[in-house]
Design a protein around this ligand. Structure first.
Ligand SMILES: Nc1nc2c(ncn2[C@@H]2O[C@H](COP(=O)(O)OP(=O)(O)OP(=O)(O)O)[C@@H](O)[C@H]2O)c(=O)[nH]1
Ligand SMILES: [Zn+2]
Length: 207
């Protein structure tokens, strides 16, 4: 049997992606959660809340409609032969953990060694947004950023480090306030050469 065929309806798996609910259905779901929390969704102060929450979701999860390739599509070649590290550090981001759907908030440091032109600096911050504005794990977010840089810029190396506080660890559960999670991924020259790794740590002030 072809594993790519959905058993229930015989459609290809791509077609089995759940239907996107309507805005009215999404707002109804928020009313259900308000009631579950113990409040009255019909009281005056909460009447407009479902609409606001869904509009907030439009922003929090805008990344599903965005494409990393489009963000990194324009490169510049006139850089005076510059081929050393380009690093943008302390890029603020917020995302939502896919386990609890609560925020994790932090900063990203992104470096690459240009090979075939450079990209506008703001595009590295935009790239973080493309993937942060989805349901995520920090590890996956780190990997997706570095993979997109490699795919679209073909650099000699790329390095990404994220430092973030997860609200699911501070506001609930273990309540480890102030604990931060650090992830990093090195590829190309950054993976092969400890000297380049050390330069990255030194330039980001993370060692
Ligand atoms: N690896 C990883 N884990 C995450 C991330 N965000 C949240 N988590 C963890 O996901 C785990 C989910 O664990 P579960 O045991 O299924 O859920 P839980 O009972 O709510 O866990 P607690 O948070 O320990 O109360 C927790 O340990 C979270 O800290 C992330 O970005 N990466
Ligand atoms: Zn979580």
């Amino acid at each position: 049997m072809d594993a790519r065929v959905n058993l229930l309806n015989g459609l290809p798996v791509e077609a089995a992606k759940p239907r996107r609910p309507s805005r009215a259905e999404a707002e109804a779901a928020v009313r259900t959660l308000i009631a579950w929390a113990g409040d009255d969704p019909s009281r005056e102060g909460l009447l407009e809340t479902p609409g606001r929450v869904i509009r907030a979701y439009d922003e929090f999860f805008a990344g599903y409609e965005q494409d990393a390739g489009a963000v990194l599509s324009k490169t510049f070649k006139e850089v005076g032969g510059y081929d050393d590290i380009v690093l943008v550090r302390d890029i603020p981001f917020n995302s939502h953990c896919e386990h609890h759907m609560v925020p994790f908030v932090g900063k990203a440091h992104i470096a690459y060694l240009p090979h075939d032109g450079v990209v506008g600096l703001s595009k590295l911050a935009r790239l973080v947004e493309v993937f942060a504005r989805r349901l995520q794990t920090q590890e996956n977010l780190t990997a997706q950023i570095v993979d997109a840089i490699n795919e679209h810029l073909n650099p000699r190396g790329a390095a990404v480090m994220l430092e973030a506080e997860h609200m699911c660890m501070s506001m609930r559960g273990v309540r480890a306030h102030g604990a931060s999670t650090v992830t990093h991924r090195f590829t190309g020259v950054f993976a092969e050469d400890r000297v380049e790794q050390d330069r990255f740590f030194a330039m980001t002030g993370t060692r």
